[in-house]
Design a binder for this molecule. Structure first.
Ligand SMILES: *[C@@H]1O[C@H](CO)[C@@H](O)[C@H](O)[C@H]1NC(C)=O
Ligand SMILES: *[C@@H]1O[C@H](CO)[C@@H](O)[C@H](O)[C@H]1NC(C)=O
Length: 479
């Protein structure tokens, strides 16, 4: 396999240089083919994600298909507009020239996708990369074998293989793949692998987007509609069996709120998955044995008041709520990425904010309160990739919002136009006329104080509200 990327890369590099991917019609045709893939292979996608991780068909259809199609349609609807040169303000000297931003593709880009949403998190960046006019290598996760096979065997039959390729690779082969020079790398996965990707990219000075994880805090204030909060938190935590980078990772609330929240969470979980969640068709499984062992170990922190059962054969972990969790417990040291919700009690909002700010910056901060001021304070006084007040996960469904991390939770952003911009080099261009050389003489040696004054008058950016352009300027223009 080590050989394949070299041949593939050569082919894509040649296509990139030929300019084939630049015309809008070409990009639109490839994007429409992606749409046909989603329509025609819907059943295969549902089956692959069900066999990989027991993904409920509803969740697969909503996230893997519907949200992808939203991104696709938003991109197709706006591409001609996004691609256009953007003309910008000019100074006096360049008044008669053309200054614009050209939306250039980067070239040959690499997209490394994770396993938790194996289609969605592969296609969303792919849509942006194709829309921006790049040649693309995508590497699906080797953890979800059925989805990987589907992508590797079927997706290429929809796309132009001169400019698009799927590479399957494990850890070792991916390391080798990363030794190649790409023009952009878009990685979604863990912070630890993100560091490896960024280090490899640094060797070639390749720009990166890193969509990483994080322990997303969820503050629940003392005034709120407890049952609604419980439903929204349980849905976000147990969706995809907790294997969601933006899932609320833990709840921060007062002891009094915890007392009210526990029966409400219990009711929400029973309403959602019935008295035996293991038999529910709407609750997923942990992706692999290694992850199952890891998540199972985290159950030793605190005390399970809801759930706690596991079944290794099925890689089943019950929707679980833990109390008496100490900040020093193992479950508070890493992103859980499983169906466990620890509750950490704090005295009040200020203490919750202190807690959040004493940890790595998360991918999202959640805050629930009937009091607007509380939600706004949590937003104002914390830092995270994104924010959602009074709900969980829903911010991700808007293509109008940038999605991405900060600090430990990643760098760069995607969704809608933000994905297009991520895969676009904003090339600053100035086209000048060849005449009016008398004007240019101002900046040529021999220098003089008088020339400097004229140059300043013609090119200076003035602070708003300061006196207008100097008397010399009209003379400059009229020269
Ligand atoms: C996309 O197109 C729609 C409809 O033309 C428009 O309302 C919307 O503002 C556009 N979005 C962006 C981000 O350009
Ligand atoms: C949160 O929900 C409550 C109850 O519906 C509402 O009063 C409050 O304004 C919401 N907060 C924000 C910031 O929208």
């Amino acid at each position: 396999l080590g050989r394949i990327p070299v041949a593939v890369l050569g082919r894509l590099r040649a296509t990139w240089l030929s300019g084939k991917t630049r015309p809008m019609e070409y990009r639109v045709a490839q994007l429409e083919a992606l749409g046909r893939f989603l329509d025609e292979k819907k059943q295969d996608i549902l089956e692959a994600t069900a066999s990989d991780m027991g993904k409920p068909p509803f969740e697969a259809e909503f996230t893997e298909i519907l949200l992808c199609k939203n991104e696709l349609h938003e991109t197709l609807n706006n591409l001609s507009h996004w691609m256009k040169d953007k003309h910008v303000d000019k100074n006096l000297v360049t008044q008669l020239d053309s200054a614009f931003i050209r939306k250039d593709p980067y070239g040959v880009v690499l997209i490394i996708a994770p396993w938790n949403y194996p289609i969605y998190l592969l296609l969303v960046p792919l849509i942006g990369a194709i829309a921006a006019g790049n040649c693309v290598i995508v590497k699906p996760s080797e953890m979800t074998k059925n989805s990987e096979r589907l992508v590797a065997e079927v997706l290429p039959s929809y796309l132009d293989n001169d400019c698009f390729a799927v590479v399957t690779a494990g850890v070792q082969e991916t390391t080798m793949l990363l030794e190649n020079k790409f023009d952009y790398i878009f990685f979604t996965g863990s912070s630890s692998v993100g560091r490896i990707v960024m280090a490899a990219a640094a060797k070639h000075l390749t720009p990166v987007t890193l969509e990483l994880g994080g322990k997303n805090p969820c503050y629940v204030s003392d005034t709120c509609d407890v049952q609604n909060v419980a439903q929204r938190v349980a849905w976000g935590r147990f969706y995809n069996a907790g294997q969601t980078c933006i899932a609320p990772d833990y709840v921060l609330c007062s002891v009094e709120m915890q007392k009210k929240l526990l029966p409400a969470l219990d009711k929400a979980i029973t309403d959602f998955y019935g008295p035996k969640p293991q038999e529910s068709p709407d609750f997923g499984r942990i992706v692999g044995d290694k992850h199952f062992q890891r998540v199972q170990t985290l159950l030793r922190s605190g005390r399970a008041v809801i759930g706690g059962q596991t079944d290794e054969k099925e890689r089943y972990i019950a929707p679980t709520v833990l109390v008496d969790v100490q900040p020093s417990d193992p479950i508070m040291q890493e992103e859980i990425f499983g169906p466990i919700l620890p509750i950490v009690t704090v005295a009040n909002m200020d203490k919750a904010i202190d807690f959040i700010n004493s940890h790595e910056r998360p991918l999202v901060v959640y805050a629930f309160s009937s009091n607007d001021k509380v939600v706004k304070q949590v937003l104002e006084r914390t830092s995270s990739g994104g924010f959602c007040g009074n709900d969980t996960l829903m911010h991700v469904t808007l293509t109008s919002l940038p999605f991405g991390g900060i600090g430990n939770s990643g760098l760069g952003m995607q969704h809608g136009k933000f994905t297009f911009d991520t895969f676009t080099h904003h090339r600053g261009c100035l086209h000048r006329g060849m005449g009016r050389e008398a004007l240019n003489a101002l900046r040529y040696p021999p220098y003089s104080q008088q020339k400097l004054g004229l140059v300043r008058a013609a090119s200076e950016v003035k602070r708003k509200g300061s006196p207008g352009i100097s008397a010399a300027a009209p003379g400059v223009l009229g020269a």
